[in-house]
Ligand binder design. Structure first.
Ligand code: KIV
Ligand code: ZN
Length: 511
């Protein structure tokens, strides 16, 4: 019997800390359900003290999910722990994850506390968290740059105080695999009561080593890995769940542990996270990138046709790739549509939502011959966006773009139900449309990023546009999809504006 490796997903917490990746309550619940379907062991649903919205989202996930453990993050402070305990009250299996920094630079510069004070606060936090649940995780933040003797001391003390999981973060992505593996080995060897807790790792990808460091730690005894879908996360991101899971599964000849996940849910989950956050997956990304199982060169293709093992170490269908087949077309009915969406994990709150989505599907099928799963995923996201009670709505857009002439765009937007129109010229059709919208809404947001991605191949593909907007330090990503990329761009801009209007002040756990 091999050990079990616990997969702890933090897409909804650390992933959401990526600039612009903030998600609504409904989006978080959708992702949590997709993770539950994948049989992820622990879902870190958020940082409840951050804002009222974050609290409610953790509470909603805790009330909805039954088969995965639900975790809430808390600094080692009473009010954080109480808020996490309250948000998790209705969870079938709640966990509180509390943390405090232990590296000399964080203790001196950020906390302005001595090591002994940090240790006392960590112990008090774990004891308080144990009043809410007997599943308490403790992280010495920036462990990757902390003193080994101090780490041993604080870990021994928090185990005595009741911590059941010890998570060792490489917060700034500074470690390299041999060093990080040694760290885990030394901690397990030297902490006298280490057998009473599970060792976990949480690696950031600043040097592109998050997955390698996590796997090295597993090799040296870690039995929980914290990771995110598509490697989303603060700065360069976290270890990618799909890479960790498939490395463990593919190299069972090396690892002394195994995971218990439905890997065919990886692709649907990856697409959902990408569609909701607007963070696109690079084509050459392992496991979930568009080219991950594509064979360009004739020699490779020939080899794969003769025997797939010549060049393939995993099967595309095992990670859910085969699901991206042409599923529906112009003549598909409501039932086929509903059934396929259900298989993709998309659920509708009401018949009204389903009808709206089906109407969009029919419109799309008129313009586009073949409808793929990626089209459906974007369609669900657009349906949910359009049904939200938003301040701004795009009513019409008319662009004139002619070679040698300055493009002009005329746009109608409704603001709180009142329609307003404006025209503007610009460097291109998109630029002119954004200027016309801005003329109406006068948002004074700054456009930080504009990206277009084709959802499927072919010139009839829907374009999926992401815009990143910034206003007074708040950053959001807006998305829009349409077979016409100027309309997709305007939808994305309006979506970004609505998000920035309702974005609320949030506390960041690590600042
Ligand atoms: O990177 C980090 O150290 C964290 C902690 C809160 C675990 O995200
Ligand atoms: Zn982190």
């Amino acid at each position: 019997m091999k050990d079990k490796l616990i997969i702890f997903d933090t897409t909804l917490r650390d992933g959401e800390q990526s600039p612009g990746a903030s998600m609504t309550l409904d989006e978080k619940v959708r992702i949590a359900k997709a993770l539950e379907r994948m049989r992820v062991d622990v879902i870190e649903a958020g940082f409840p003290i951050a804002s009222q919205g974050d609290f409610e989202a953790v509470q909603a996930v805790a009330r909805t999910i039954k088969d995965s453990r639900i975790c809430g993050l808390a600094r080692a402070i009473d009010k954080d722990i109480d808020r996490a305990g309250e948000a998790l009250k209705d969870a079938v299996a709640p966990r509180i994850h509390t943390f405090i920094a232990t590296s000399p630079i964080h203790m001196e510069m950020k906390l302005r506390m001595s090591p002994d004070q940090v240790l006392d606060q960590a112990v008090a936090a774990v004891k308080r968290a144990r009043q809410y649940t007997d599943d308490v995780e403790f992280s010495p933040e920036d462990a990757g740059r902390s003193d080994l003797d101090f780490l041993c001391r604080i870990l021994e003390a928090v185990i005595d105080a009741g911590a059941t999981t010890l998570n060792i973060p490489d917060t700034v992505g500074y470690n390299i695999p041999t060093q990080f593996g040694d760290l885990i080995h030394n901690l397990i060897e030297r902490v006298p009561n280490s057998d009473k807790a599970i060792f976990s790792v949480h690696c950031h990808n600043d040097l592109g080593l998050a997955v390698a460091n996590s796997l090295s730690a597993v090799h040296h005894g870690a039995r929980q890995v914290e990771c995110t879908i598509n490697g989303l996360g603060e700065r360069a991101g976290n270890a990618a769940l799909e890479e960790i899971v498939m490395a463990i599964k593919t190299r069972q000849d090396i690892f002394e542990c195994d995971v218990d996940l439905d890997t065919t849910q990886i692709m649907p989950c990856s697409r959902m996270v990408s569609s909701i956050t607007g963070f696109k997956v690079q084509p050459n990304k392992a496991i979930v990138g568009a080219n991950a199982f594509a064979h360009e060169s004739g020699i490779h293709q020939d080899g794969v046709l003769k025997s797939r093992e010549t060049y393939e170490i995993m099967r595309a269908e095992d990670v859910g790739w085969s699901a991206n087949r042409m599923v529906l077309g112009k003549h598909s009915g409501r039932n086929a549509f509903r059934t396929r969406l259900k298989e993709l994990g998309a659920e509708f709150a009401s018949e009204e939502e389903l009808n709206d989505a089906f109407g969009r599907f029919k419109d799309l099928a008129d313009k586009k011959h073949e409808i793929f799963d990626d089209d459906l995923q974007a369609l669900v996201t657009q349906t949910k966006i359009s049904l939200e009670n938003e301040r701004y709505k795009l009513i019409s857009l008319n662009v004139c773009s002619e070679m040698g002439e300055t493009p002009n765009s005329s746009v109608t937007v409704s603001i709180d139900g009142q329609e307003q129109n404006a025209s503007a010229t610009g460097g291109g059709a998109v630029d002119a449309s954004f200027k016309a919208i801005e003329e109406i809404v006068k948002s004074q947001t700054e456009l930080q990023l504009y990206a277009v991605n084709n959802i499927t191949s072919g010139t009839d593909s829907q374009g999926e546009v992401t815009v990143r907007l910034e206003k007074e330090g708040r950053i959001v990503n807006g998305q829009g999809a349409d077979t016409d990329i100027v309309i997709a761009s305007a939808k994305a801009y309006i979506n970004g504006l609505n998000k920035i209007m309702r974005s609320e002040e949030k506390a960041h756990p690590q600042v």
